[in-house]
Design a protein around this ligand. Structure first.
Ligand code: CA
Ligand code: CA
Length: 398
């Protein structure tokens, strides 16, 4: 797609349909076919044979009783299942990508994307990276993407739960100028001067402080190890690297370290580098330029996309550059099923039973946002003569 830029507002958009949306629906249909709902008395005949996954977005499934007496007319009911936003991480939407040719800081760009589209872009794989690369102008400049490095979001080795350790924390006190993530390479925390904290390279070797839960004691190990080797040691011989969860606990730790003469000592605080995307989804893809990320001038916590190479750099979040947004367009997918039975399908009780079973099945497949509706359509014979109509095509309602 060609990029056309003019002064002021301009952007290009590209749509990309996520393959998972079809696959997940197809898996759902396979699950339907193998479920108890369609066994024994019921024979499921899919008229979609040979069409494969391409057509799975809207599919007519036929339920016919195994002992279907020829020549008899039975009411034919259509069951319409509307799938909205799917649950359990199943993405049933199309993503549209936008290159916005306005100069904004990372935060301004984020607000702009949230106002006009969905959010700053998340790059899940190299195909998306390539797509963004192809839609932007081929110039030696940068554009923001949604990735950022949050130097105040930490976890305890013992808990693994994210929490904020900013400059106002009650008892977790950063040493002057910390955390500074030197060389974009400091993701583990050591106590410095026994009371204050400093983020340090996890590979550095320091003495460390284990916690033993069964004796409620703190053990200073005077052997120098990397943070993860220290963690393994503590987990093997005690409980874990120590947490500091209260003022009282901090006082005990200070007492334990008193007189030891250690400059740095590992504790259990750590964080994952480049763990956050603006839209709170997760992607493990990285595509750094050589020598990046480097946290130049200790002030580069946002990620920009090099337009001429498609590679990423960490940059100062206050720089004003162009940016990539995305829109998630939620699709409603309709699955129509036709049921024929000797049972009285007029009976709301029977309809409810079938609906309940279907609901249970769909929930167990991780589908949460759906609606099931019953509709009487036509008799079996009428249906046969209108087979073409019934087969229909793939249809997606937005
Ligand atoms: Ca540091
Ligand atoms: Ca950099």
């Amino acid at each position: 797609m060609a990029w056309s830029g003019t002064a002021g507002f301009s952007h290009v958009s590209v749509k990309q349909r996520r393959l998972q949306s079809r696959m997940s629906l197809w898996n759902f249909i396979l699950a339907l076919r193998s479920s108890s709902l369609f066994s024994s008395d019921w024979t499921l005949a899919s008229r979609m044979q040979g069409r494969g996954v391409r057509c799975a977005r809207a599919l007519s499934l036929f339920l016919t009783p195994a002992r279907f007496p020829l020549g008899r007319r039975f009411p034919l009911f259509s069951l319409k299942i509307s799938l909205g936003q799917l649950g359990s991480g199943v993405k049933n939407f199309e993503l549209e990508y936008h290159f916005v040719s306005q100069l904004k800081t990372w935060t301004e760009a984020q607000s702009y994307c949230r106002e006009h589209f969905t959010d700053l872009v998340t790059i899940y794989n190299s195909n998306i990276n390539q797509l963004l690369f192809s839609m932007a102008p081929n110039v030696d400049d940068y554009a923001w993407i949604g990735l950022y490095n949050d130097r105040y979001s930490w976890k305890w080795s013992m808990e693994g739960k994210l929490f904020n350790v900013g400059s106002t924390h009650e008892f977790l006190i950063w040493a002057n100028g910390q955390p500074d993530c030197v060389n974009a390479n400091e993701y583990c925390v050591a106590l410095q001067g026994q009371t204050q904290m400093n983020d340090r390279p996890c590979g550095a070797s320091y003495p460390f402080l284990c916690y033993n839960a069964s004796s409620t004691s703190y053990i200073l190990v005077m052997e120098s190890r990397s943070w993860s080797a220290a963690q393994s040691y503590c987990r093997t011989y005690h409980t874990d690297l120590t947490s500091i969860r209260s003022k009282e606990e901090k006082s005990i730790i200070t007492l334990t370290l008193n007189g030891s003469g250690v400059q740095y000592v590992w504790i259990g605080l750590y964080r994952d580098p480049w763990a956050f995307w603006s839209d709170n989804t997760t992607s493990t893809l990285t595509n750094w330029k050589p020598y990046e990320p480097n946290n130049l001038y200790l002030d580069e916590y946002c990620v920009s996309f090099h337009l001429i190479s498609g590679k990423w750099s960490d940059g100062w979040c206050g720089s004003r550059v162009r940016f990539f947004c995305f829109t998630a367009v939620t699709k409603q997918t309709v699955v129509k099923m036709k049921l024929q039975s000797e049972a009285d399908m007029h009976s709301t009780e029977i309809q409810q039973q079938v609906s309940q079973q279907l609901s249970g099945l769909m929930l167990s497949e991780g589908l949460t946002d759906f609606r099931i509706r019953w509709r009487k359509v036509q008799s079996y014979r009428d249906d046969q003569s209108k087979k073409q109509d019934v087969d229909g095509g793939c249809k997606t309602e937005v």
